[in-house]
Ligand binder design. Structure first.
Ligand code: G1P
Length: 294
């Protein structure tokens, strides 16, 4: 069975939830602590053994491309100043696997963005990783989804239990339990952003997917759905009629950096984990709580 070698990162959507920061800048380039969000996502893919990454970009293609490219000018500057730690970090970014770019000319929806990857991916299984969901779990979720794919030769979705009122912000999966594996589900149906009163479950589809190449034929058949967009969820619904689809339920480690509060949470929690920033930030937060929040 083919091993998953490729990942697709759709990063072309227009963002209205994070203006004005994203008026000209891509939301995937927003820094979380000191790294752009998309770098976390690329590092996660590389950690899970994926060596070929395709970024589907829109207007901000150049900035993303420059970020993962060599920067001889900056490297030269850091070297002459003796800033070797920074130099190492900068070089490591440009050595993160092989990264390719395609432009999605029209923002017609996530389903359209993934369809644009067909020629590059070919007849192979592949992962889709949404650039606005950061997973801080050492690649555990993606790694375990790849294992399920390898074992079952099937597509796998990442599922998170959300409060019933929140399901209308997500794709919703109706699932059966799987014997002997508490966090695995057999997906029976999916619906994009249902009203809470119509939702078949409170399991939300989150931005990690492993697909068999069958998803491309399904993507060819979908018509505009919720919001007038070509929805990936609708293609998954068509795929389900032809092939088994599994879901891996996870509980922690996700930050939706497209949401302002989650973006702030990601910055604080990731900085707390850093040896160079954590202790000082913890002192600051303790003083802040004492002086302003109690
Ligand atoms: C997209 C998908 C949705 C999924 C979500 C995960 O929605 O269409 O099915 O649940 O990502 O973050 P969006 O957040 O682009 O509205």
């Amino acid at each position: 069975m083919a091993k998953v070698r490729k990942a697709v990162i759709p990063a072309a959507g227009l963002v209205t939830r994070f203006v004005p920061a994203t008026k000209a800048a891509q939301k995937e380039m927003l820094p979380v602590v000191d790294k752009p969000a998309i770098q976390y996502v690329v590092e996660e893919a590389v950690r899970a053994g994926i060596t070929d990454i395709l970024v589907i970009s829109g207007r901000g293609k150049r900035t993303i491309e420059d970020h993962f490219d060599r920067s001889f000018e900056l490297e030269y500057y850091l070297e002459t100043k003796g800033k070797y730690d920074e130099l190492k970090q900068i070089r490591e970014i440009s050595e993160l696997g092989s990264i390719h770019y395609i432009r999605q000319r029209d923002p017609l929806g996530l389903g359209h963005a993934v369809g644009v990857a067909r020629q590059h991916v070919g007849d192979e299984p592949f992962a889709v990783i949404l650039g606005d969901d950061i997973m801080v779990d050492d690649g555990h979720l993606l790694g375990s989804m790849l294992e399920v794919h390898q074992r079952e030769d099937a597509s796998v979705l990442a599922l998170l239990e959300v409060a019933p009122a929140e399901i209308s912000a997500y794709g919703c999966a109706e699932c059966d339990l799987v014997v002997d594996d508490d966090s695995l589900r057999r997906v029976r149906g999916v619906e994009e952003k249902p009203r809470p009163e119509d939702a078949k479950s409170n399991l939300a589809v989150i931005g990690r997917y492993v697909f068999t190449p069958g998803i491309f034929d399904a993507l060819d058949q979908i018509t505009p759905g919720v919001g007038g967009e070509l929805q990936l969820t609708d293609a998954i619904g068509l795929l389900l009629a032809l092939e088994p689809v599994y879901g891996r339920v996870f509980t922690h480690g996700r930050y939706d950096i497209g949401q302002k509060l989650d973006f702030l949470r990601a910055n604080i929690e990731l900085a707390l984990d850093r040896p160079d920033l954590g202790p000082l930030l913890a002192d600051y937060l303790r003083a802040l709580v004492r002086d302003r929040l109690t």
